[in-house]
Design a protein around this ligand. Structure first.
Ligand SMILES: NC(=O)C1=CN([C@@H]2O[C@H](COP(=O)(O)OP(=O)(O)OC[C@H]3O[C@@H](n4cnc5c(N)ncnc54)[C@H](O)[C@@H]3O)[C@@H](O)[C@H]2O)C=CC1
Ligand SMILES: O=C(O)[C@@H]1CCC=N1
Length: 260
């Protein structure tokens, strides 16, 4: 099975790198098209077997799956220019934020199965949370797409109307998680830890928190309750964070990233 990714930047590159270390596509069956040699070189430092080409769209007609990974404002132009190479047996995937399945189908003009997928950058290390919605696809198509993205982390088929919410929560959300880590690092450094020491400590703490929630299938507040000794130090920290607007800041940030 062959896959061509148009756009080898942050996300297209991450998808190629993730797929290149997976079991579904051989590296030589993955082609990335970009306009910039530097992006191709970067992908090849991870996996030299992946094909990287500059402005060469000849792989499109032979691809089983085409992934559109250019910025949203280039999607229409790229489709209008290259859709003549598409055929109805191909699956077209767009990861562009804010571009609906209806818009895609108007621009693609073929009977290909069309998918919107919303991953995050952890797809490069097979730890993405990817959401999937489809148009004109059948059950086998769905199974294939979920299989591909499940190998790259977790994947879930959803109604397209939830895309703005999941984009904010998980695709933008990974940046919010990094910002929490940076903030906690700065606190750790102020209290005397080395930056790398603080970073490792926070990474392991977050990993433990995520694993506890999954293992215990519990609500975060139940786990918080186990930490907060009466009259102890944790509750003082939590109350101070809430006083500074922590929960409200998180919700406001998520809603600011929620773009229909
Ligand atoms: N960066 C992220 O975390 C996420 C991005 N997305 C979506 O992924 C898409 C790509 O975003 P990024 O990777 O962040 O952007 P980017 O700017 O890093 O990558 C886009 C790449 O497309 C290339 N490109 C532009 N026009 C092209 C053309 N005609 N043919 C071939 N290559 C072309 C550019 O040279 C660039 O390397 C966007 O639509 C975005 O909404 C979705 C989820 C997460
Ligand atoms: O910031 C953005 O527009 C893209 C979409 C989701 C993550 N990054």
């Amino acid at each position: 099975m062959k896959i061509t990714i148009i756009g080898g930047g942050n996300m297209g590159g991450a998808i190629a790198i993730g797929l290149g270390s997976g079991t579904i596509f051989a590296p030589q069956d993955i082609t990335v098209i970009d306009r910039n040699q530097r992006n191709i070189n970067y992908i090849k430092t991870y996996n030299n077997g992946i094909n990287g080409v500059i402005n060469d769209y000849s792989s499109l007609s032979e691809a089983d799956i085409i992934v559109l990974a250019v910025k949203p404002w280039y999607i229409q132009e790229v489709l209008e220019k290259h859709r003549k190479a598409f055929n109805p047996y191909q699956i077209i995937i767009s990861i562009a934020s804010g571009i609906s399945l209806n818009q895609l189908s108007e621009w693609i003009l073929s009977d290909s199965a069309i998918y919107r997928v919303m991953p995050n950058t952890a797809i490069a290390i097979k730890e993405s949370m990817s959401f999937v919605a489809s148009y004109g696809a059948n059950k086998e198509n769905d199974e294939l797409i979920l299989k591909i993205f499940s190998e790259l982390g977790k994947a879930e088929l959803i109604d397209e109307k939830l895309f703005p919410a999941v984009t904010s929560l998980t695709s933008c959300g990974i940046a919010f998680a990094f910002r929490y880590i940076r903030a906690a690092m700065e606190g750790g450094v102020e209290m005397g830890l080395r930056p790398d020491q603080a970073k490792q400590a926070i990474i392991q703490t977050l990993r433990g928190a995520a694993n506890l929630l999954e293992t215990n299938n519990s609500h975060p507040e139940v786990e918080i309750d186990k930490v907060t000794t009466a009259g102890g130090t944790t509750i003082k920290g939590l109350n101070e964070m809430e006083n500074a607007g922590f929960t409200s800041a998180v919700i406001k940030g998520l809603k600011a990233s929620y773009v229909k």
